[in-house]
Design a protein around this ligand. Structure first.
Ligand code: PHE
Length: 337
């Protein structure tokens, strides 16, 4: 038995050292329940009382020796594997990286974000609606019937007789009032379309920001106060506004609103073309017909609305002299913002 044990030990250690067989398989082969060592130990019952402790001790020694050799081999295999991965996954820090080009905000977006912040700061919600719009919302409900001359000044692209590309964000006045009862306090920024030929100051696509406030007791002074607060936040505390009488079919009274030139402060310069004032928006008190069409009683409620032209504002702000630059996506232009 002694010889058998010594043979197993010798064979096991040489097998492990050779590395030819899988280490886990060797573990099972020599130490497992059906392994060679276990088989020998099973025969211990036949030994004499004197032999048993001696052989038992020897069997233990053999077992320990094999276990130790296996553990050692496993540790060394692990180390080798680690060394291999470290070598393979080595990062060459001297290789130039991939530079990520991060763009910048479009100038229209820069200023629009500022306007949104200002109005949200005054408690307005932001409303969004379709650019492909029913004639009803773009004209009819805004007090502009089929034969109204105002349709001529806002010629647009017709999808069919009833559907157009909206010419103004004022369509959102109707959509909001149809869906929500006063108090209403929203701005609705977005793209609008007109069938205009392209030149330095005209584009068939441009942007407006509509504003609408409807509640009990809203007056023209609320409109003035709101617009004054708005221009002061945008251009600084010394900015002033001026109302000029105007006509819009959906407001009464109506006005065009100018802001004192933020460059010359009203003296007259090249930015304001010597005027001292710059036109920035149209506004007025919501026409009773418009309230009625949306199911709001004009005897109980009143409101004001305004429509800001975004491009003009941004052109003056950044001294941009050609509207086309906004839409051409020339990277040399866009990079400047
Ligand atoms: N929608 C008008 C335009 O495009 C502007 C406007 C909006 C006027 C709201 C009054 C009230 O010219």
């Amino acid at each position: 038995m002694k010889d058998a044990l010594m043979k197993i030990k010798e064979q096991a250690l040489s097998d492990i050292a050779s590395g030819a067989e899988d280490i886990e398989a060797l573990k099972v082969k020599y130490l497992g329940k059906k392994g060679e060592l276990t088989a020998i130990l099973k025969g211990m019952g036949k030994l004499t009382a004197e032999e048993r402790p001696v052989i038992g001790q020897l069997a233990n020694d053999v077992r320990n020796a094999i276990e130790e050799a296996i553990a050692k081999e496993q540790a060394s295999l692990k180390e080798k594997a680690l060394a291999k991965t470290l070598l393979e996954e080595k990062i060459d820090v001297s290789v130039p990286g991939n530079k990520k080009e991060i763009g910048s905000k479009h100038p229209l977006t820069i200023v629009l974000d500022e306007l949104k912040d200002i109005f949200v700061g005054m408690g307005y919600e932001i409303a969004d609606g379709p650019e492909v719009e029913y004639d009803y919302y773009n004209f009819e409900a805004l007090n502009i019937p089929q034969d109204h001359p105002a349709r001529d000044t806002q010629d647009t692209f017709y999808i069919n007789d009833n559907i157009v590309l909206r010419t103004q964000t004022s369509s959102m006045q109707i959509r909001v009032m149809e869906n929500k009862k006063p108090p209403i306090k929203i701005i609705a920024p977005g793209r609008v379309y007109r069938s205009d030929a392209v030149d330095a100051t005209h584009s068939p696509v441009f942007h407006q920001i509509e504003g609408l406030v409807v509640d009990k007791g809203i007056t023209m002074s609320d409109l003035k106060g709101t617009l004054e607060t708005f221009v002061k936040r945008l251009y600084g505390d010394d900015a002033k506004i001026r109302f000029r009488p105007h006509h819009f079919p959906f407001t009464e009274p109506s006005a065009e609103v100018d802001v004192s030139c933020f460059v010359c402060k009203g003296e007259g310069c090249s930015v304001c073309k010597g005027e001292g004032w710059i036109e920035i928006l149209g506004a007025g008190m919501v026409h009773p017909n418009v309230l009625k069409v949306c199911g709001i009683d004009p005897e109980v409620y009143s409101g004001f609305a305004f429509g800001i032209g975004l491009e003009r504002l941004v052109m003056r702000r950044f001294d941009i002299n050609d509207l086309r630059l906004f839409f051409e996506n020339d990277i040399r232009f866009l990079k400047q913002f």
